[in-house]
Ligand binder design. Structure first.
Ligand SMILES: NC(=O)c1ccc[n+]([C@@H]2O[C@H](COP(=O)([O-])OP(=O)(O)OC[C@H]3O[C@@H](n4cnc5c(N)ncnc54)[C@H](OP(=O)(O)O)[C@@H]3O)[C@@H](O)[C@H]2O)c1
Length: 314
């Protein structure tokens, strides 16, 4: 079953809660790569809303806790990636297409121009998105063409987008750009399912590289998770639901994209929409989460909150 759920995008900003829409955008997790979608899933998908990202030319692991990659956001690669995505998805167009991440070589203006061409000329893209950009990149991109959404890590565990140094949430709000939040469950840490590094070290599981799970950090983080779970239990819900409800409570422009391979978890995650978070609860959760130890993993890649060189005048 595809983990895609419903959403509505209208104009240059995503509009939550209208019609049958719910505030989650579909996205492909590792199990849901476009090329692996069956025909049936594709037909479900086309009725919903397609969303895709393009990014890596190469992806190299350089040790248990290191990660190096060579993104390419050249205009030529952008054009090729769009064609490839459409082919894999078996769709005539993609509703929301993100660039991810920025390669630090191509000025953002050139990237956006390359994405706008198939949008305007051939109708192959409906809306543009950027993943892992800085506030300045978003502003520059938006000046070339309206950006519908940014995709960024945002959860109880990771609230950097709110910080005065990053200023991404503030900028997205000023420009009326929707904020799509990846890893809203802290890669499952906030579900309370995992308690040791061994729990996330199985074959094909790369989460042991995530700082929240490092043994030295885990001890502290589990104490905090226990308190979050107590708060959830007091409301008669699971910590996953509480964590998503907390995120949704941050604003109507916030769209969490929890990843799951389980229909049961999908239902549970969707049910977070009906959870009300009182102001005191929001503050309590925020305070608790401020004691979490471990930076976000993306900080290690060198491509987080990406900036690009200035466009040279010809
Ligand atoms: N743009 C980017 O740079 C970027 C980076 C990372 C991720 N993403 C995207 O963001 C989305 C979400 O990220 P993610 O999947 O890595 O992290 P996540 O949503 O924070 O956590 C997903 C994990 O939580 C588990 N889970 C989900 N709902 C649950 C529930 N109700 N109860 C118990 N366990 C539950 C899932 O397990 P099961 O699979 O067993 O259900 C999975 O292991 C994905 O679509 C991913 O592709 C984007």
């Amino acid at each position: 079953m595809a983990a895609a759920t419903y959403a509505r995008i209208s104009g240059s900003s995503a509009n939550r809660g209208s019609g049958h829409g719910v505030p989650f955008l579909p996205l492909f997790g590792p199990m849901l790569q476009p090329r692996r979608l069956s025909r049936r899933k594709r037909s479900i998908f086309t009725e919903i809303l397609s969303s895709s990202t393009f990014y890596l030319r190469g992806c190299v692991f350089i040790g248990a806790r290191g990660f190096s990659r060579s993104p390419n956001s050249s205009p030529e690669y952008c054009r090729r990636a769009i064609e490839k995505s459409l082919k894999r998805l078996g769709l005539p167009y993609i509703d929301l297409y993100y660039i991810h991440p920025l390669d630090k070589v191509t000025p953002i203006e050139k990237i956006i121009q390359a994405m706008v061409e198939p949008k305007k000329n051939e109708g192959k893209i409906k809306h543009l998105g950027i993943s892992e950009c800085s506030a300045e990149s978003l502003r520059r991109a938006h000046a070339v063409h309206p950006i519908t959404a940014i995709q960024i890590e945002y959860s109880l565990l990771c609230r950097e987008v709110e910080s005065p140094q990053i200023r991404l949430l503030e900028t997205a709000r000023e420009l009326k750009v929707a904020v799509v939040c990846y890893c809203p469950l802290g890669n499952a840490f906030l579900t309370g399912r995992y308690h040791t590094i061994e729990d996330v070290s199985g074959p094909g599981d790369s989460r042991s590289i995530l700082p929240w799970f490092y043994p030295d950090n885990l001890k502290t983080n589990l104490v905090i998770l226990d308190k979050i779970t107590e708060t959830a239990n007091a409301k008669g819900i699971t910590p996953s639901r509480l964590a998503l409800a907390w995120l949704l409570a941050q604003g109507d422009d916030i769209f969490p994209i929890p990843g799951t391979t389980s229909p049961k978890s999908l239902d549970e995650n969707l049910a977070s929409i009906s959870v009300d978070i009182a102001m005191e609860e929001e503050k309590l959760l925020r305070d608790l989460a401020s004691y979490v130890v471990g930076e976000r993993f993306q900080a290690k890649t060198g491509y987080s909150y990406g900036d690009t060189p200035l466009l040279k005048k010809d």
